[in-house]
Ligand binder design. Sequence first.
Ligand code: PEP
Ligand code: MG
Length: 577
Amino acid sequence: MEKEAASAPVILHGSTASSGFAVGTIWLVTHRDLDIPSDRIPEEDVESQLQKASQVLRRIENQLRELQDTQRDREILEILDAQVQIIKDPELYNRVRQLIEEEQRSAEYALFRAFNEFIQLLRQTGQEWVKDRIIDLQSLRDKIIQQISGSDALQSLARGSIIFAEELSPTEVIEFSELEISAIVMQHGGTTSHSVIIAQSLGIPCVVGVNWRRSQLDGVDLAAIDAGRGEVIINPDGQMLSDFRGRREEAEAVDKNLIRISRLPSRTSCGSVFHLRANIEFEEELLRVRNYRAEGIGLLRTETLFLRQGYFDVKQHVLFYRNVLSGTGGHTVTVRLLDVGGDKLPGKRLEEPNPFLGWRGIRMLLDEEKLLNDQIEAILTVASEFPDRIRILMPMVSNVSEIIEVKRRIAGVRDRLNREGIPAPEIPAGIMIEVPSIAIQAADAAGAADFFSIGSNDLTQYVLAADRGNERVSGQFSATHPAVWKLIRTSYEAAEEAGIPISICGEMAGKPLLAAALLGMGINDLSMNPASIPFVKQLLCNYEIKIFKELLESILKAADGKGADAGIADWQKKYIN
Ligand code: PEP
Ligand code: MG
């Protein structure tokens, strides 16, 4: 390992957890190195140590409640509440009392040890989800020790400081944000950890996985962070700072605007509410999902994980769904059943003359009993951990009987799991509206499905008989064709009549003008590539539903796709430019 002179700039890299720029004084979080003396106390001090322990617990509880009063974010409130529950846990206090009374230890040591035992117990479970809980407990423990020993170092923290820590707990992030720090650099912590989610929610630039060493910070005052690039400069020189300022100004103008728009309430200027959700396929996309404030995942594609592994691994899928649910706040995640065809089924290489019209999606799954059952099992297993937050979506449905059969299979797997002692709740099971037959029969389908999600990509391809991947017919593949929109309207009316939710997850939802026309129809639940969210939101927030209805009419009354495009352009000239 090379050794840098104390004054030389050091450039380090990590992973972007929450983008943004900062230049500030370095603040090193070192309090995890606490060493608490374990000496016995005299018998006559037992009573006062008991009082000291309960006083500090009460004080911390009050501080957490005060912090709760300053927060609005539901996720932050839940985290703070979980901490209050730990502080009030009677088992924890009983152990502290036992250590003071029976083993004659100081309040400080008793609390330290009781917390450590608690942490050790959690660690032994070996489960991934307890990791955040452990960091939280460590931070709570350290805070208690600091208060009890009267060494609250944070008092001297300057505004605008950059925090360098091995890892911070979610509560620490909240507390640091109250002290107006400008960025966080952590050695550990995944980009989906709770602390990172909080840093994103609070708009604090944050880089994780940065391998900084203490020696690099010795005698150094200043650091500069470009969190979007995962770049951390310790002790930047004048040239670096001026480059940095240029980059910062450029990126901030764009980013700030997108982030600002994402934070607007999802409401049109006339007060009509809509919901923007994300289509994703990889956990890496969750960062964007949160940055752009998507209200959960409207379409979780599951094909890549399956195809990469070459077989369906229930455990891997459980892990994947769990991570996605953990990374999306309290929002809903709609998991789509595998939408693969015979050509992509490991061990079954079928050469179909027309794969898009072939054995794919739900058709294949209904024939491959074990595969379907395995995926349902993975979804139901996770569903019990996240009540009311997960839905099943069936792809390529073309007959009502398929919906009934999939629901029968779901009930079968649920009964089996429950019999085996694995809790498996009832969850909504809906369908993609992407095959024309089911859109035409939407009223019947609405009697069998729990919700509709319009797959406008395939719907367009099948309605217009134009392969969505074939360049030669790209002129025919027109998402604005009125025939496509008439089928969307039929589906919307059927869903309304039956009282089931309807959303859209095809690409058209991410095109601002088409999203506006969909909202004009009444479809207010739109799922898209997360990067499209601010652009769609900007248009929807700035205008009234009334003019979106006009836009919709111009599409519906057009003769074909080209006519609809011309109508959209006229509308845009009239209202937007
Ligand atoms: C669609 O068809 O519109 C859709 C969202 O599904 P996919 O693009 O995965 O086929
Ligand atoms: Mg599709």
